[in-house]
Design a protein around this ligand. Sequence first.
Ligand code: NAD
Length: 448
Amino acid sequence: MKITVIGSGYVGLVSGACLAELGNDVICLDVDPRKIEILSTGGVPIYEPGLGEVIKSNVAAGRLRFTTDVTESVAHGLVQMIAVGTPSGEDGSADLQYVIAAARAIGRAMTEYKVIVDKSTVPVGTADKVRQAVQEELNKRGLVPQSPGLSPAFSVVSNPEFLKEGAAIEDFNRPDRIVIGAEDEQAIRVMREMYAPFQRNHDRLMVMDIKSAELTKYAANAMLATRISFMNELANLAEKVGADIEHVRKGIGSDQRIGYHFLYAGCGYGGSCFPKDVRALKRTAEELGMPLRVLQAVEDVNDAQKSVLLGKITRHFGDNLKGKHFALWGLAFKPGTDDMREATSRVVMEGLWERGATVTAYDPVAMKETRHIFGERADLRYADNPKDALHGADALVIVTEWKAFKSPDFNVIKARLKNPVIFDGRNLFEPADMKALGFEYHGIGREA
Ligand SMILES: NC(=O)c1ccc[n+]([C@@H]2O[C@H](COP(=O)([O-])OP(=O)(O)OC[C@H]3O[C@@H](n4cnc5c(N)ncnc54)[C@H](O)[C@@H]3O)[C@@H](O)[C@H]2O)c1
């Protein structure tokens, strides 16, 4: 099948490359010429494990191409998959300008039937806006809607994406479910055909009305964010009452109705999805006069949790950190990605700088992105490896749970730090073990 993916970011590139891998003929479009230049010359502009290999083999096989040419890409695909960003607007709602711009571009250039797929995470009602934008462009060209009963000039489908950065290829290839919101048979047939290779093992396709599909994506992210904030708030209580949140986690996770996923206490969620999607869902509900109180609490708890390490640091060293120096391990919002959108590391570093401290930071893949965001500044040094970050620091602060941080040489840590103090925002180590090794160790919800 000929497929055009509009937007070559984390979702667009993974979707495009994986669909090409299945034998489809895919063009990935982007408005950012720098990205397309990198992709066209064999590079990958983002870090995502395995993505480079899939792109390379499919480009070599002639099934995957990259372009900034809208006319060429709209002409190409029967399926036009919109995978552009939907960042938070000023009021918290999803900013749909990129989605609508993509829809208009399709409307301006299409000359035959297209299935327009909203892959981006978009609020309920967006498919209608996309349909309207495309139709307006067709009207401008004098292409009036076809008579009822005949096949439409285009269909709009909601097909939200559930992949996780860091495991995106695996998630795309082996999805728990494929949600299709569609209201006409022709579009459903095309979607069934495109996703047929994913159906071999069992039926993963869920066809529903468009609004339910749009809401499903927000409901999933809001539920996951809720579990995290729930555990973080309980972790803070555990510290007060002298309990250990790790015991509590295992105690409740073993209940099959609850399960173990997304129950880790930590220093808050970040990334390109949970924060903005929780905000957007809240905003939708507010606009309809029924605020979602649970999600307000989820967001408030998370905002506070991103500063929980700072609180522990200032309780230990005092609020004035002038002259103090910290080693920071982990900059990406989670392991497996270089994405730093709304990452907790940013809140921690900015809080340390505000109080006069300096930082030496290390991340296995997000160094380039950190440089891109913060540039060169006197209070931030970039380390080449975790050990180098430690030298002369008053304490080690762990923000992201990269595997490479899980079994460090504690003798080296102790020898390099000025004080054997660790603030661990991801509970990588056992407090009792750390005490036995001579560290002052501050985890989350484990201060008993
Ligand atoms: N990142 C994730 O883990 C993830 C997971 C599931 C869903 N989503 C959703 O998918 C969408 C895309 O997210 P992302 O992380 O891939 O974003 P991204 O910012 O990495 O990529 C978006 C790309 O779209 C391009 N773009 C913008 N306007 C365009 C236009 N008119 N035509 C062509 N290209 C255009 C941008 O230049 C950019 O390269 C969002 O709605 C997001 O919420 C993201």
